[in-house]
Design a protein around this ligand. Structure first.
Ligand code: EZ4
Ligand code: CO
Length: 402
């Protein structure tokens, strides 16, 4: 059995997605997501110019060998462009193998460990009262877990308050838009938000919050401590994690659970955080951290230290990643939670899929493979449009972390 052809499909049904489709000489095909928000075309080139020529003629059943070939064989290891490309190949090959076996992907991984995947939705509003109302709307829709992000008095473009409510989308401009950030105003506001949320809705739902890399370790420790009365499910990306040791300081000051890892590419980005038990949830995803093959390795390592999974699932991760992630989630023993942001109807039409939402849970389907396809005729209707994430500056003009 051989890989006969492979192609990259770029489409923009409201936002850009990059998809790899691998076809075998027996007619079976598989697809993988390669979308890297704001840097999409670099992965297109990496795949078309440097990966696809090496894949043609290889045996698609040898997933592990192909993974090692692209990782070790590339010499230049790791990084988001390389690892998103490897992820796309790996996801497509698992899709092919599961289709050949006639099994949903979760059966190939070892079968279901649970019946359903708990997801968290995104409530956001321009101010405290709108955000409180939005959380109520998510509770009414059946969500068990809700992330709350709010506009902050005195900060015009706080993270998490994008255009639109049903379909939050931060990559909004042909060149990066500039936002202004003020940590003092933010730290003053966030405990008030969660105080109001618990006061209004009680303690039966999981509440989450994303600090989106804005704080220093000691600021994060202080915020975590002040949020303890509100029993968050997690505080996400409290501080940048290039320096994994930075989380020691946060841990010394708070028992608020910590999550990190949506921008991580390999186990090496998370090794110290996990083995020193500096985090509670690892947020690596199928598309960013080397596909099913590598994500499984991270999860098994994390299980030793009682760190659970909480995969990234924003709208820039295509339905292909969502579908594959659900098969992974329903199998992985140390599952924690899955992020879920709805895609637009246009996106859902480009990527027909069989996963379903019911009462706060997502369910992978039963069709062989990961259950997500691409409609190439639909995809061709939406040509690529440059779109960047915003950047952030402090009030004095210094660059900060968006
Ligand atoms: O900013 O996916 O938890 N979710 C997030 C996202 C990220 C985007 C970046 O492409 O932090 O909203
Ligand atoms: Co995040």
């Amino acid at each position: 059995m051989k890989i006969e052809s492979a192609k990259v499909i770029v489409t923009c049904p409201g936002r850009n997605f990059v998809t790899l489709k691998i076809t075998t000489d027996q007619g079976v095909y598989g697809i993988g997501d390669a979308t890297l928000n704001g840097r999409e075309l670099s992965v297109v080139s990496y795949l078309e110019d440097h990966v696809i020529p090496c894949l043609i003629g290889k045996d698609p059943r040898r997933i592990e060998d192909i993974w090692q070939y692209l990782y070790r064989g590339g010499y230049w290891r790791r990084g988001p462009v390389t690892m998103s490309a490897i992820s796309a190949v790996d996801t497509a090959l698992w899709d092919i193998k599961a289709k050949m076996a006639g099994m949903p992907l979760y059966d190939l991984l070892g079968g279901k460990s649970r019946e359903a995947v708990m997801v968290y939705g995104h409530a956001n509003g321009i101010d405290l009262s709108e955000t409180v109302d939005e959380v109520g709307r998510y509770i009414d829709m059946g969500y068990r877990a809700i992330r709350a992000q709010s506009g902050v008095p005195g900060i015009k473009d706080a993270y998490g308050v994008g255009r639109g409510k049903m379909y939050y989308e931060p990559a909004d401009a042909a060149l990066p838009s500039e936002t202004v950030w003020d940590t003092r105003k933010y730290l003053n506001f966030v405990p008030k938000l969660f105080d109001k949320l618990r006061d209004t809705y009680g303690f039966d739902h999981h509440l989450l919050h994303d600090a989106h890399h804005r704080l220093t370790p000691i600021e994060a420790g202080s915020l975590g401590h002040r949020l303890e009365p509100y029993q968050l499910f997690w505080l996400e990306d409290a501080t940048p994690a290039e320096n994994q040791e930075a989380f020691k300081l946060i841990r010394q000051h708070t028992t608020t659970p910590l999550a990190v890892g949506e921008i991580f590419n390999t186990i090496w980005d998370a090794k110290d955080l996990i083995q020193n038990q500096l985090i509670d949830y690892i947020r690596t995803t199928v598309v960013r951290a080397g596909g099913i093959t590598h994500l499984r390795r991270i999860a098994d390592f994390a299980a030793i230290w009682q760190v659970r999974t909480g995969s990234h699932g924003a709208t820039d991760l295509s339905p292909v990643t969502m579908g594959a992630a659900l098969h992974f989630d329903v199998w992985v023993p140390n599952f924690g939670i899955q992020e879920y942001m709805r895609h637009t109807p246009e996106t859902d039409a480009v990527f027909p899929h069989d996963y379903t939402f019911d009462k706060g849970f997502l369910y992978p389907g039963e069709t062989p493979g990961h259950g997500v396809d691409i409609d190439e005729v639909e995809a061709a209707k939406y040509p690529y449009k440059p779109a960047y994430l915003p950047v952030a500056r402090l009030e004095d003009g210094s660059m900060w972390n968006w």
